[in-house]
Design a protein around this ligand. Structure first.
Ligand SMILES: [Mn+2]
Length: 234
C-alpha cells in the first residue's frame, strides 16, 4: 500500500518510526515523504539518513531541502573560523537557511560527516535525486504528490514546466482548485493556517489534501494511506 507524510521538520526519528509501526507500514509498502524533513526540530539529519537508506521510501523535494542543497558548500572544509572567506552571495544564501531553522540540521549533518563522510554523501545524493513531484495510483484513484502546491496553476500546463519555486513555496487558498481527474496531496502550509479547527488534522479541500499537521510548531506528523484514505496519528 502507498503511504504519504510531510513536513517532519526534525521530528524525533524514534517517534516517527513508531507512527509508521502503528499504521502497519512494512517492507511491502511504499512511503512518499513530501519534503521538509529537516530544520526547526533536532533530528532532521537522522531522518534524512533513514530515508536515504530505505529502498521503499521516496523523498519529494521541499523548500527546506532546496535551501540545504543551495548551501552544500558548507560541507566542503568550511569551519566556523573560515566562514568569513565565503563570498557574500554564499553568506547570504547560508543566512537565509539559518534564519529558517537550519542550525540543528547543520550540526547533525556535520556530526554524520565527521563520523563517516560517505554517509553524508549518500544523504546529499538522495536530496539531489529528489523529484519535485510524483504521481501515484491507489485504490482506483489518481494522485499528484508535491511539497507545496502549484503556483500559477493551469490544468493545460505540463507538470514538468513548473519552476521549482512554484512547487515548493506556494500556499493554496482554501478554494483553490487543481486537477479534475487527480487529487493533489501537499504539505508546506500547516493545516491550522486554514482555521484552528483543522490544527493537527489532515485537511480535505476540494481536489487537494493538506497533510502538514504542524510538526514544525510542536505538533506531530500524520500518515495518510492512499489505498483507503485512512489517516494515522500518534
Ligand atoms: Mn515547506
Amino acid at each position: 500500500m502507498i503511504y504519504v507524510t510531510s513536513d517532519l521538520h526534525g521530528y524525533p526519528l524514534e517517534d516517527f518510526l513508531a507512527l509508521l509501526d502503528g499504521a502497519g507500514f512494512s517492507d511491502r509498502d511504499f512511503l512518499f515523504v513530501l519534503g521538509d524533513v529537516i530544520d526547526r526540530g533536532d533530528e532532521g539529519a537522522e531522518l534524512l539518513r533513514w530515508i536515504a537508506e530505505q529502498p521503499n521510501v521516496q523523498l519529494i523535494l521541499g523548500n527546506h531541502e532546496a535551501m540545504l542543497l543551495a548551501c552544500d558548500f558548507v560541507f566542503d572544509d568550511i569551519t566556523d573560523d573560515n566562514l568569513s572567506r565565503l563570498s557574500s552571495d554564499k553568506l547570504s544564501t547560508l543566512s537565509t537557511w539559518l534564519y529558517n531553522g537550519a542550525q540543528p540540521t547543520l550540526s547533525g549533518l556535520r556530526r554524520i560527516r565527521d563520523r563517516d563522510p560517505d554517509v553524508l554523501e549518500g544523504i546529499l545524493d538522495c536530496l539531489r535525486d529528489a523529484p519535485l513531484y510524483e504521481t501515484a495510483e491507489a485504490g482506483g484513484k489518481k494522485f499528484v504528490l508535491v511539497h507545496a502546491g502549484f503556483e500559477n496553476f493551469d490544468k493545460n500546463r505540463n507538470l514538468d514546466d513548473y519552476a521549482a519555486d512554484e512547487l515548493i513555496w506556494t500556499r493554496p487558498d482554501r478554494d483553490t482548485r487543481y486537477f479534475d481527474g487527480a487529487t493533489v496531496i501537499l504539505g508546506h502550509t500547516p493545516t491550522h493556517y486554514y482555521g484552528e479547527e483543522h490544527r493537527g488534522k489532515i485537511l480535505h479541500a476540494d481536489g487537494w489534501i493538506d497533510i502538514d499537521t504542524g510538526a514544525a510548531g510542536g505538533g506531530a506528523p500524520a500518515l495518510l494511506r492512499l489505498d483507503d484514505m485512512q489517516e494515522f496519528y500518534r
